[in-house]
Design a binder for this molecule. Structure first.
Ligand code: F6P
Length: 464
């Protein structure tokens, strides 16, 4: 069995003394794959993402990485030419495909399909080919191959041509754009993306809505639609309750809770959000809604603190850097306008600190999850599982998680700042009993398909 994804389960850093430090990643795929046990012969193929990763590949001669560094996982990292990687990852995947599937283009952020785009597209093809070739090399006869995400939309078809014996699955972790939006891509590119995925035996999505959008795009772009050889599936990845609850009670988390409690101040409510610094997460509108809450309901001033944590993401691209700066500017503006000597209305941290996020989850009275569009959004599922007292969830109807959590959340239109402010007001006002009850139901729905089962279901559906 093989898994392929852009980001692998481990990343390397070169230390000052020249040695390599391996850091293991988290996420649904990592815990899902660990479910098939330590004796597995599964190989994970991923890209080398930075200098440390490239050095690790060089030291292992391009073969499997030492398993003591990967948490037991057999991992093959591909050292794709740095310029090809940058074009494929920054240029096509995160500037074009991410924007299409999350419907993020708006003036002056317009799509540009010029000669530079075509050059980057050639790199996207080369990047996908590198994965397909490595998978073809590693796979035993009739092996199952699970290819992940929008970075690798062409790889299933390429791999099918190299190795018709394999059973291939593709899984999309993003939303899928509806045809009217998807078709802003040049026709040949739209067709290549769809036929690329249709090279798989099974194309799977996080929700029925994204699966249907994919099917609609196939009909609109390709005419005959889904070929009989490809099945469409839905697997709604859930939160990993056992891992989260155990991890959230370790000392590094309780230490951070003490720091946060001091930052929040005695007896105040907390609204928590945790995202990557990324436009689809809609952090700025969330802050503007919080500001409107303080305007419309001055009774909340001094009585609530908004913890907004953002992990830096895709900062090689100006559009993501500018967005991060805008988030910081708006938070700062709220603090200088409304803050008092004893009260900082927004505590914003732009840093990768999982223990601090878990500490915030435990303290949350309200979780704010308001993406413009999101494949699933695991934060919406994680906070109710971890929060000590139970939390209210303010949730965008455009997040995949809405399909499973909508009934017990306060649902918002992510563009509607006033509506989101009203939702925050309602959520803060929920009595303890109602909040705890709803939070319990949210946690149950959020953990219905834990990563291990999510993973096994996909394998099972491929006939394995
Ligand atoms: O949502 C799609 C996704 O690939 C997630 O699986 C992942 O959390 C995120 O995007 C990764 O982004 P990046 O690798 O660019 O930091």
């Amino acid at each position: 069995m093989l898994v392929a994804s852009n980001r692998g389960p481990v990343s390397y850093e070169v230390l000052e003394n020249g040695s390599l430090h391996a850091k293991r990643g988290g996420g649904g795929l990592v815990s899902g794959l660990s479910a098939i046990g330590p004796d597995t012969d599964a190989v994970w193929v991923c890209a080398a993402l930075g200098d440390g990763d490239r050095e690790a590949v060089r030291r292992t001669g391009g073969g499997l990485l030492p398993t003591e560094e990967t948490g037991g996982q057999r991992v093959r990292m591909l050292d794709i030419d740095a310029a090809v990687f940058a074009d494929a990852y920054n240029g096509i995947a995160n500037s074009v495909l991410w924007f299409v599937h999350h419907m993020l283009y708006q003036t002056p952020l317009e799509p540009v399909f010029d000669a530079e785009f075509r050059r980057q597209w050639a790199s996207y093809e080369a990047y996908n080919r590198a994965f397909a070739e490595a998978l073809a090399e590693e796979a035993a006869d009739g092996a199952a191959v699970l290819i992940q995400d929008y970075h690798l939309a062409l790889a299933p078809r390429m791999l099918r041509r190299l190795r018709p014996d394999l059973r291939i699955g593709h899984f999309s972790h993003t939303p899928w754009a509806p045809p009217d939006y998807f078709r802003l891509l040049p026709d040949d590119i739209a067709a290549e993306l769809l036929t690329g995925i249709l090279g798989a035996d099974r194309a799977a999505f996080l929700t029925r809505r994204w699966a249907d959008a994919f099917t609609d795009c196939c009909h609109a772009v390709l005419g005959p639609g889904i070929p009989s050889g490809t099945r469409i599936g839905v697997h709604g990845l859930g939160a990993d309750a056992d891992f989260l609850r155990e991890r959230a009670h370790r000392p590094d988390v309780t230490e951070r809770m003490a720091v946060l409690r001091a930052e929040i101040g005695e007896g105040r409510r907390t609204i928590v959000r945790v995202d990557r610094t990324e436009l689809s997460k809609n952090i700025v509108r969330g802050l503007l809604a919080y500001r409107q809450l303080l305007d419309d309901h001055p009774e909340w001033r001094e009585r609530v603190v908004h913890l907004a944590f953002a992990y830096p993401s895709r900062q090689d691209l100006a559009v993501y850097r500018d967005y991060t700066a805008e988030v910081q500017r708006v938070a700062q503006e709220i603090n200088s306008h409304y803050g008092t000597p004893g009260w900082t209305p927004v505590v914003l941290h732009v840093k990768d600190d999982f223990a601090r996020s878990l500490a915030a989850y435990r303290l949350a009275d309200v979780a704010l999850v308001n993406p413009i569009r999101d494949g699933m959004n695991l934060v919406a599922k994680e906070v109710p599982v971890v929060s000590d007292e139970g939390c209210a969830l303010v949730l965008s109807r455009e997040a995949g998680a809405y399909e499973e959590l909508g009934e017990d959340a306060i649902v918002v239109n992510p563009y509607d700042i006033g509506g989101t402010a009203d939702a925050l007001h309602a959520a803060l006002g929920w009595a303890g009993g109602e909040r705890a009850e709803r939070s319990k139901r949210l946690a149950a729905a959020a953990t219905a398909l834990p990563p291990a089962q999510w993973f096994l279901d996909q394998l099972g559906a491929l006939g394995r």
